[in-house]
Write a protein that binds this ligand. Structure first.
Ligand SMILES: NC(=O)c1ccc[n+]([C@@H]2O[C@H](COP(=O)([O-])OP(=O)(O)OC[C@H]3O[C@@H](n4cnc5c(N)ncnc54)[C@H](OP(=O)(O)O)[C@@H]3O)[C@@H](O)[C@H]2O)c1
Length: 222
């Protein structure tokens, strides 16, 4: 393969998987990462983002890739914990998946290919909505959004998108009793991301709200 159109981190389920299938349907090449895959039609690379050897695993992945056009960072996991119940292992896990991994990944790609044409991160409305039981999740999503805004200010990454969906019907809440009936359909989120990518702006921060569904381009730079 001469070029990989889309590297989707966290593309084995939920928003990342739906986006992967939509991009594949447009004849774009897609490689997804995750810990397990349930679709044999997806090009898959196993990558545990919470691993102690995260940097080594990321370097191995990048070493075997052709030049990547678009990095889509969709990995994330749900966690609700009282502030005083958060231990070091929880901090490490959330920091790695939500912040350290995307940071190291962009650096590793840039070391190899000098520039990255597009970087898309899926954050959450949690990046601007403080929630008492989600202090790690909210603060690392805010950090990921700021990291992406900083990258846009460098000459290394040409186009950036920060996509902040509200509650979406995916496997994200699979270990909870949460009622997802009023949540966004994953197709709504995928369409909003594709619409953003189709616009020429070099940076967009897009909020995808629900009840009622509302797509807000909160920031747009060219
Ligand atoms: N669903 C929502 O309500 C919602 C709302 C706002 C924002 N978001 C954000 O949207 C993004 C996608 O979430 P989703 O709703 O699509 O959730 P999902 O269905 O649970 O999918 C999460 C993806 O992240 C990967 N992942 C999680 N932990 C990982 C780890 N330790 N190592 C490697 N991969 C890991 C999963 O892969 P494996 O399981 O194969 O490891 C999966 O591909 C996340 O960043 C999430 O924070 C979701």
């Amino acid at each position: 393969m001469q070029r990989l159109d889309n590297l989707i981190i966290g593309g084995t389920r939920g928003i990342g998987q739906a986006l992967a299938l939509a991009l594949q349907a447009q004849q774009e090449s897609v490689l997804v990462t995750g810990r397990t895959v349930d679709r044999p039609d997806q090009e898959f690379y196993k990558l545990d983002l919470a691993s102690d050897d995260l940097a080594t695993h990321i370097q191995k992945l990048v070493a075997n890739l052709p030049p990547v056009k678009r990095l889509i960072y969709s990995a994330g996991f749900f966690q609700e914990l009282d502030f005083m119940a958060i231990d070091e292992a929880s901090i490490n896990q959330m920091l790695r998946v939500n912040f350290q991994a995307p940071f190291l990944l962009v650096q590793a790609l840039l070391k190899k290919q000098k520039t990255l044409p597009e970087c898309v991160v899926i954050t959450s409305t949690s990046q601007f909505t403080p929630r008492p039981l989600e202090s790690l999740y909210c603060s690392t999503k805010a950090g990921l959004a700021m990291l992406t805004a900083c990258l846009h200010e460098t000459s290394y990454v040409e186009r950036c998108r920060v996509i902040a969906p509200s509650g979406t019907k995916t496997s994200f809440y699979r270990d909870t009793e949460r009622d997802l009936s009023s949540f966004l359909d994953v197709e709504t989120v995928v369409t909003a991301i594709q619409d953003s990518l189709a616009r020429p702006a070099s940076f967009e921060f897009v909020k995808i709200l629900r009840n009622p569904v509302k797509i807000i381009v909160a920031e747009q730079l060219s």
